[in-house]
Design a protein around this ligand. Structure first.
Ligand SMILES: Cc1cc2nc3c(=O)[nH]c(=O)nc-3n(C[C@H](O)[C@H](O)[C@H](O)COP(=O)(O)OP(=O)(O)OC[C@H]3O[C@@H](n4cnc5c(N)ncnc54)[C@H](O)[C@@H]3O)c2cc1C
Length: 474
């Protein structure tokens, strides 16, 4: 069985006409999930457990997305379902590490702390993380146990659409170009790539920002980030240096290293207060930004894409390449600077760099309902709510708590009838990104909900848009 792809390229200078290509259809399933982050992983796992056949297409060697391949690894208290199961399985395998004030006195309130910097100095804290590689091993095993046909090192490259439905996706891997057919498709790419290639309308990253939040006329996406780790850090020595040298931000050592030519321009760029909605928080960090992970003495360090570069890494290969190249340069320089100048890092080693630069603000697909700030702040009640009301703190409007629900219609994109959205690819507006719509527990929940919806619709012999959503799943 083959699919014939016909080139849509016009014969103009700078474009190449590809002859119609026969692509073998090598696999077929009830449900085809593209991308195995928290959303895609949970969708594939849950649909398979409900008894339908499932194929998962993942470009890296493990599921987990930003949280494994991207090294993010933040562990949270289970929110139910697959998320709780993951936390329990990781813990049972010894893959969860919890740092507290006993190991890291004075970490709370330390300006270098990514998560605990705003706490009162000296307070008790518990920062739990999972080991990204260990977690990835466990997740690979879970998919295999459930009978998911997970295709790793396989890139999704295009969607074949007929009459408002996706009929197949085109993939590339060691076997070359292949087509995979399915009945229901699930977008777990984190950037709505499947939805976009299938023709679903979307707002670009950075789009939808309120007026007055641009800068020199350009709407910039919230920058993505490349995470990396160092092992062998002696925190007590570092903390002593911060205290005794009155250098909590390491500004003095940075100045010294810069004067010696050891800090490349742009590495410790200044914050740009008030220049954009997330400017202050995500423009990049004037000094080190880290969090304990995996084991004592191991820290994850954030390298955010400079805001001013305005990169759309989900849409442009040149932007993605630039981010990967220049952030690696920063990491190389930063790790050597730390070892040479900062007490506590003398014996530390650069141990891992994430497999990809995570995208925080990619495409926002337009769904049958686009979840908005008003939905959250006004606590809209939806008849097709997928969860009971959730209470979350929003920093957009001054760290206030809001209670709200999200409708099933935000999982259903416009224009395509057999596609479900998950995780960061769900239909929501720009401002809601940091509220709830992108965190790991919620992204896992969205995947489980999508997997449930796909399997239920297939079981009933109806489309996912015809499914009546009468009660919350969670
Ligand atoms: C730098 C950074 C830091 C973050 N920090 C936190 C945090 O501290 N706490 C928190 O809760 N959340 C955090 N987030 C947010 C959270 O990680 C994401 O919102 C969440 O991982 C999104 O889940 P997802 O499943 O939609 O997509 P992702 O996690 O992005 O996973 C997408 C998956 O799809 C695969 N994929 C993509 N395109 C293709 C393709 N063409 N072919 C095949 N496979 C493909 C990718 O390889 C990946 O495995 C952070 C995000 C970033 C980028």
């Amino acid at each position: 069985m083959t699919i014939t792809l016909r080139s849509t390229a016009v014969d103009t200078p700078g474009q190449l006409e590809i002859p119609a290509t026969q692509i073998p259809v090598t696999a077929e399933a009830d449900v085809v999930v593209v991308g195995g982050g928290p959303g895609g992983f949970a969708a594939a796992l849950h649909a398979a457990r409900m008894g339908v056949s499932v194929i998962l297409i993942e470009r890296f060697d493990m599921p987990g997305g930003v949280h494994t391949s991207g090294l993010q690894g933040a562990a949270n208290e289970g929110v139910g379902g697959i998320h709780t199961e993951l936390m329990e399985r990781f813990a049972a395998k010894g893959y969860i590490y919890t740092a507290t004030e006993k190991d890291l006195p004075d970490w709370a309130g330390n300006p270098l702390s990514h998560y605990e910097r705003n706490m009162k100095p000296g307070s008790a804290f518990a920062r739990a993380s999972f080991n990204p590689e260990g977690a990835g091993c466990e997740m690979v095993g879970m998919l295999a146990e459930a009978g998911v046909n997970a295709m790793y090192q396989t890139a999704f490259i295009d969607a074949v659409v007929d009459g408002g439905k996706i009929t197949a996706v085109i993939t590339h891997n060691a076997s070359g170009l292949q087509a995979v057919r399915g009945k229901v498709f699930i977008d777990g790419t984190g950037t709505a790539e499947l939805a976009a290639r299938a023709g679903v309308p979307y707002v670009r990253g950075g789009g939808g920002q309120p007026p007055g939040t641009d800068w020199d006329g350009i709407k910039r996406p919230i920058p993505g980030g490349l995470l990396w780790t160092m092992t062998g850090v002696e925190y007590d020595k570092l903390a002593r240096h911060q205290r005794t040298s009155n250098d909590p931000w390491l500004s003095r050592v940075i100045e010294e290293a810069a004067a010696a030519g050891d800090i490349p321009a742009g590495l410790y760029r200044p914050r740009m207060k008030g220049e954009s909605v997330y400017g202050e928080a995500y423009i990049g960090h004037p000094t080190l930004d880290m969090s304990p992970i995996s084991a004592p003495g191991t820290f994850i360090i954030w390298q955010n894409v400079p805001y001013e570069w305005a990169l759309h890494m989900d849409e442009s290969a040149a932007d993605e390449t630039r981010a990967r190249r220049e952030l690696r340069g920063f990491i190389d320089a930063e790790s050597r600077f730390l070892k040479k100048y900062v007490p506590g890092f003398e014996n530390a080693a650069l141990s891992d760099i994430g497999r990809f630069v995570g995208i925080r603000d990619g495409r926002h697909p337009i769904g049958e309902h686009v979840f908005s700030m008003q939905d959250a702040t006004e606590g809209h009640e939806f008849p097709d709510a997928v969860t009971r009301p959730m209470t979350k703190t929003f920093f957009w409007d001054g760290y206030r708590k809001h209670k709200f629900t999200v409708p099933y219609r935000s999982f259903l994109p416009k224009k395509i009838d057999n596609l479900l959205l998950t995780g960061a690819s769900l239909s929501f507006t720009y401002e809601t990104i940091f509220m709830v719509m992108r965190n790991f527990p919620w992204c896992t929940q969205t995947g489980e909900i999508a997997g449930f919806a796909a399997a239920r619709a297939i079981g009933k012999g109806i489309g996912v848009k015809e499914l009546e959503w009468k009660q919350p799943y969670f």
